[in-house]
Design a protein around this ligand. Structure first.
Ligand SMILES: NC(=O)c1ccc[n+]([C@@H]2O[C@H](COP(=O)([O-])OP(=O)(O)OC[C@H]3O[C@@H](n4cnc5c(N)ncnc54)[C@H](O)[C@@H]3O)[C@@H](O)[C@H]2O)c1
Length: 281
C-alpha cells in the first residue's frame, strides 16, 4: 500500500515510518518538521487547504494514498497554553479526517491516548484492567482525544466502507529511554499511567497491524505492553493505588492494568519489547 503518515517527524511517527517501510509499504510523511526529500512533504495540517491538497497528491511524491496514519498532534499539555493544545489538535484532526474522506482514502488509523480514559487517574477507574469501554478526559489534551474519537466514529459512518481505527497509546518509551525503569520499584512510579508503557517500536507495530487489519467501521484499541512498567505484581499495585476497585479474577501476575486484551484478540497484537530484558537493537 501507499500510506501517508502525519506527524512523521515525531517520536511515534519516525518509528511508524520505519516499520511500515520494513513491512513493504510505500510511505509519504507529512509534518511541519522533517528532512526534505523523497517520502516526505512539509505540511501545516492546521491549514485545511494544505491538508486536502497534500492528501490528494504531491508532485514528485505521490499521486494518491491507499491509507493514512494520523499521528500529528501537540502530544501533551504544558507545551503551549491549554486552549491552544485543544484547538490545534482538534483543527488538525478534523482537517486530516475530513480531507482523507474527500480524497477517497477509506482506511485511517488515528492516535488516541490513555488521556481519553482517565489519565492521571486521580479518581479510581471503574475496574482493572481498564478497557476501551471507559472514556474520561481530565485535561484539554485528553478532551481533544475524546472529541477526536467521537468525530472519527461519526465520520466512519459517512463514507461507504470507511475504516477508522483509534489507537489509545499509553506513554511511548524510546529504545534510548529504558533508563526510566531504574525507578520501577518506587511505590508511585507510573501511577498516573496505571503503571503502563509501550516501546515506540511496538507502538509502530500496532500501527502497521491496524492498517493491514482494517475493516469497515470505527473501533478503539488500547496500545500498551502486555506487562506493566512496575516491579511489583499488578494485583499488589492495584490494591496500593486503587483500594477497593474491582480487579479481574484472571489478571496475570504482571499484566498491564491498561487492558491489552482487545487488540490481542482482534488484531493479534502483542508488544515484544520488555524493560525486564534488554531492548532489541
Ligand atoms: N508519546 C506518547 O507517550 C504518546 C502517548 C499517547 C498518545 N500519543 C499520541 O501519539 C501521536 C504521536 O505522538 P509523538 O509522541 O510522536 O509526538 P511528537 O511530538 O514526537 O510528534 C508529533 C508530530 O506532529 C507534528 N505536528 C503537530 N502539529 C502539526 C501541524 N499543525 N501540522 C503538521 N505537523 C504537526 C509535530 O511537528 C511532530 O513532529 C500524537 O497524536 C500523540 O498525542 C503519544
Amino acid at each position: 500500500m501507499r500510506i501517508g503518515v502525519t506527524g512523521s517527524g515525531g517520536k511515534l511517527g519516525r518509528a511508524s515510518v520505519d516499520r511500515l517501510r520494513a513491512d513493504g509499504h510505500e510511505v509519504v510523511g507529512f509534518d511541519t518538521v522533517g528532512t526534505p526529500g523523497p517520502g516526505f512533504t512539509r505540511v501545516d495540517l492546521a491549514d485545511y487547504g494544505q491538508t486536502l491538497d497534500a492528501l490528494l497528491g504531491v508532485t514528485a511524491r505521490h499521486a494518491g494514498l491507499d491509507a493514512l496514519v494520523h499521528l500529528a498532534a501537540i502530544p501533551v499539555n504544558g507545551l503551549v497554553p491549554d486552549a491552544t493544545t485543544f484547538q490545534n489538535n482538534m483543527a488538525v484532526s478534523f482537517n486530516v479526517l475530513f480531507a482523507a474522506q474527500r480524497a477517497g482514502i477509506r482506511s485511517v488509523v488515528l492516535a488516541s491516548s490513555i488521556t481519553a480514559m482517565g489519565f492521571p487517574f486521580d479518581d479510581a477507574p471503574p475496574s482493572l484492567p481498564v478497557d476501551e469501554t471507559f472514556t474520561k478526559a481530565n485535561n484539554t489534551y485528553g478532551l481533544g482525544k475524546v472529541a477526536e474519537e467521537a468525530m472519527a466514529a461519526q465520520l466512519a459512518s459517512w463514507g461507504d466502507g470507511s475504516s477508522i481505527t483509534a489507537l489509545r497509546f499509553t506513554n511511548v518509551v524510546g529504545p534510548d529511554e529504558y533508563g526510566t525503569f531504574a525507578r520501577a520499584d518506587e511505590p508511585g512510579y507510573r501511577r498516573d499511567l496505571l503503571g503502563s508503557w509501550i516501546d515506540a517500536r511496538d507502538g509502530a507495530a500496532a500501527v502497521s497491524l491496524a492498517v493491514s487489519g482494517a475493516t469497515p467501521g470505527f473501533r478503539v484499541y488500547n496500545v500498551a505492553a502486555p506487562t506493566s512498567g512496575t516491579a511489583a505484581p499488578s494485583r499488589e499495585v492495584a490494591e496500593r493505588w486503587f483500594p477497593g476497585t474491582p480487579v479481574a479474577p484472571d489478571l496475570g501476575e504482571f499484566e498491564s492494568l491498561m487492558s491489552t486484551r482487545a487488540i490481542r484478540r482482534d488484531l493479534g497484537f502483542t508488544a515484544v519489547d520488555d524493560w525486564r530484558s534488554p531492548p532489541q537493537t
